[in-house]
Design a protein around this ligand. Sequence first.
Ligand code: ADP
Length: 303
Amino acid sequence: KKVADRYLKREVLGEGTYGVVYKAIDTQTGQTVAIKKIRLGKQKEGVNFTALREIKLLKELKDPNIIELIDAFPHKGNLHLVFEFMETDLEAVIRDRNIVLSPGDIKSYLQMTLKGLAICHKKWVLHRDMKPNNLLIGSNGQLKLADFGLARVFGSPDRRFTHQVFARWYRAPELLFGTKQYGPGVDVWAAACIFAELLLRRPFLQGSSDIDQLGKIFAAFGTPSASQWPDMIFLPDYVEYQHVPAPPLRSLFPMASDDALDLLSKMFTYDPKARISVQQALEHRYFSSAPLLTDPVKLPRPA
Ligand code: ADP
């Protein structure tokens, strides 16, 4: 039986898109958990549907690099989702000035991110909201993808999604050009932004509007040519931009290894059809060449 008395409520952890998240103790197991309280009622169908979708997706996605949904139950007009409790997130790690991230640490965090994504993509699910604060980190250093509130099964009959789902800085160029038929490449682009952020210790492409976001992308990689991205001109919001040449990628990431830069450039490919897949990224030389990946338990985390 799913009863709310099972959980001992502790402090509030934060406010999410659909409601409060609080810490609790599972009295049945003694385990610390995070409970996401989703308000039902007001927006009825909308929230309800999103929540149910999240539950269904999470149950299908059981993996060491994906947050575990322990329990789900309605209580006092709210839907409660019980997740394993996570100590911190990647955003807190990146922002912490007391933390030094070695090349092996960065490699390890990126590999865990891509492994979680690979499971999503294998099951034909897009994450669609990849950003450092959605990458939670457990006490054993394991990184897990969270927040599938916006995720949605693709390959379903209606593939015309809305494109305003991403945190702008992590949004792929095809989304900024208004594509309605996007695929797993949008998660690869976002993962590339996270990779860049691990290297730079600040968000890489900080656009202040959608137009400015494209400007930041073009300033970093040059304006895409028709041969680089043949389908670009057919996108709904495509407009011709004044030509900007690409600076050498090396000049933007002076500390990165050649292997890191090679993988980064393949993840930041303009044409989503030519962009490296998550599986191919995991097989890239970067992950097998020196330095070795840091064991997750040894990864630096905020004090
Ligand atoms: P949003 O919907 O805005 O992305 P969430 O609802 O996922 O945010 O989470 C809100 C806050 O609750 C987060 O910023 C995080 O601090 C905290 N949180 C969410 N899930 C967990 C968890 N599993 N363990 C610990 N804290 C969590």
